[in-house]
Design a protein around this ligand. Structure first.
Ligand SMILES: Cc1ncc(COP(=O)(O)O)c(C=O)c1O
Length: 474
């Protein structure tokens, strides 16, 4: 508890990019530079009225001294990254545009090489695979526990990582996803200890865990548990704008931060949006502020309230911590007897005007966010009670497709070699027995169904109902 950033809530909250943008807004100049909409005048008035004149006036890039640059970080952007590093307890923090996706690409590009082995959980996000295709490193799959009754991947077992490290003496790093999209938390400390024993860096895609640092009722962040690098999608739950994320390098890591920075410089846009960067700065400052702390406490108490209501229901069940794994209380995965997740999602949407985070085969994912009010949850609980006590089961619903990829891959060719092989596009029905030429991964959750070089079997077909054709190796 003492480690967590909540202890700093009484400090003065300083957000340098936000302040620099405010100064620029209050001191307008004659503009003869990009962006060409020139403070919003050169665009459709419908759009301007929708997003507001102010938003367009602060839409600028990093070309002006007083705002700083992203790559390399200078001025207020550098200062904001340093404040974020301090808040998250990192040696260095990089602000990311293009989401955690670019963080994962930069990690793969900067830290792995063609032919190196990287231990990766099979349910990783597709951006990690894209990174490995770029670098040419080979994934060594670790299969997490399967929570079959929930239709979900579960925790990664430390002993499975150790077994792979034991069997392969040329692993360049271990790269895990924690938590899962649905909030299942692995024992990162045990995994980090094993990585240290084998002297292999541990990278954690903690895209869905950026709030953990700010409240002791949430799981411990991987940075504190011994990971070398952690990636956070601040835009998912931390309150920043879509596409904005952070990458942190741990204080104790032997990884050279410059290798990651160089890759980020190659990958990042040369016109970074100051608004997105300011939103990262603002999200960090907000989470450290007294108000942000209240919002986070409220999100946790709203989640607990909803969970206690679900406990009273007869036909609706929730995923909770259990033997061997924990869950993040703010991510509430529920399922209803006799209803698929997709059907439950559509009932909530059509009958009650509720949109949830996602739906899969068995259930739906509800996020308790820092922006939600208690009344949102009271309404949701009422609607779920209503569904629980009415017979929605009889409503006809065609569920002939699967969403959550849970298959064990049959790998016939390395990822990069397969990706760059000659390919052809064939009707899906003829694809069984052929090797995939493409990454097939629907978002959410962005977990791969098929990767280049993997054998397509008839078990894949229910996941491919939206596909007419598929790219296969010649
Ligand atoms: C585990 C995980 N990692 C990375 C990403 C990519 O994040 P972003 O959308 O910020 O690019 C996602 C996106 O859903 C994800 O679920």
């Amino acid at each position: 508890m003492k480690n967590k950033t909540e202890v700093s809530k009484n400090l003065d909250i300083h957000a340098p990019i936000v302040e620099a943008l405010k100064t620029a807004y209050n001191n307008p100049t004659y503009q003869f530079h990009i962006p060409g909409h020139t403070k919003g005048l050169g665009t459709l008035s419908d759009f301007r009225n929708l997003v507001g004149k102010k938003a367009l006036r602060v839409d600028t890039t990093d070309e002006f001294d007083n705002l700083g640059t992203l790559t390399p970080a200078t001025g207020p952007i550098k200062e904001a990254q340093e404040l974020a590093a301090e808040a998250f307890g990192a040696k260095r923090t990089f602000f990311l545009l293009n989401g955690s996706t670019i963080g994962n690409l930069a990690i793969a590009m900067g830290l792995t090489k063609k032919g190196q082995k990287v231990i990766v959980n099979r349910n990783c996000h597709r951006s990690i695979l894209t990174g490995l295709i770029i670098s040419g490193a080979d994934p060594l799959w670790v299969l997490p526990e399967k929570f079959s009754q929930w239709g979900l991947w579960g925790n990664i077992k430390a002993e499975d990582i150790e077994k792979l490290l034991d069997e392969n003496d040329d692993v360049s790093m271990v790269w895990i996803t924690n938590p899962t999209y649905e909030g299942v938390v692995s024992d990162v400390k045990a995994i980090a200890d094993i990585c240290k024993k084998y002297d292999v860096p541990l990278i954690v895609d903690e895209a869905h865990g950026c709030l953990w640092n700010f409240n002791s009722k949430l799981p411990e962040t991987s940075l504190k548990l011994g990971a070398d690098i952690v990636v956070h999608s601040l835009h998912k739950t931390g309150g920043s704008m879509s596409q904005s994320s952070m990458l942190h390098i741990s204080k104790d890591s032997k990884i050279n931060a410059d290798d990651v920075e160089r890759a980020l410089m190659l990958l990042h846009t040369t016109s970074p949006s100051l608004m997105l960067l300011a939103s990262l700065d603002a999200a960090r400052a907000n989470l450290q502020s007294t108000k942000g702390q209240k919002q986070l406490n409220r999100a946790i108490s709203n989640a607990k309230y909803l969970r206690s209501e679900i406990d009273k229901m007869e036909h609706i069940h929730q995923l909770k911590s259990d033997f061997g794994y924990k869950t993040d209380v703010t991510k509430i995965f529920i399922k209803a007897d006799g209803l698929s997740g997709k059907r439950l999602e559509s009932i909530l949407e059509i009958d009650f005007g509720i949109e949830v985070e996602s739906a899969s085969d068995e259930g739906i994912l509800i996020l308790s966010n820092i922006g939600n009010k208690r009344s949102d949850f009271e309404y949701l609980a009422d609607c779920l009670h209503n569904i629980d006590t009415h017979n929605y089961k009889d409503i006809y619903y065609m569920e002939n497709k699967r969403h959550m990829p849970m298959l064990v891959p049959i790998i016939k060719k390395s990822l990069r070699d397969a990706y760059f092989s000659e390919k052809e596009i064939i009707p899906k029905e003829q694809a069984v027995g052929r090797l995939s030429g493409e990454v097939v991964a629907e978002c959410p959750p962005g977990i791969s169904i098929l990767l280049p070089g993997e054998l397509i079997t008839k078990e894949h077909l229910p996941y491919l109902t939206d596909y007419q054709t598929i790219e296969v190796l010649k």
